[in-house]
Ligand binder design. Sequence first.
Ligand code: SF4
Length: 96
Amino acid sequence: MRTSGCTSAAGVAARYVVSYRCQEEPVNRLEIDWTRCDGHGLCATLLPDDVVLDEWGFPVLRGREITPGELTNARRAVLACPALALRLEAAAKTDS
Ligand code: SF4
């Protein structure tokens, strides 16, 4: 018999739990530590779909989800940030 692969916290197979809902995969989003960011703008160059610069050269995040296919480039940008201000955060997906 095939199951959905979901198990409850107690380890009960999902087929026996009527109202059980699989936990969503977390989504990755970029975050900036404003206490560190010096406005070098490198992140906007490396991730033009996710970051634009404001009129003073500081990054403005578009706030969209980083897809699995974009994770490698996003991680490279995080590592390249000269101020260690850029980071990837995994957050629970919201149903809105
Ligand atoms: S690369 Fe880092 S320091 Fe430069 S603007 Fe982006 S977050 Fe700020």
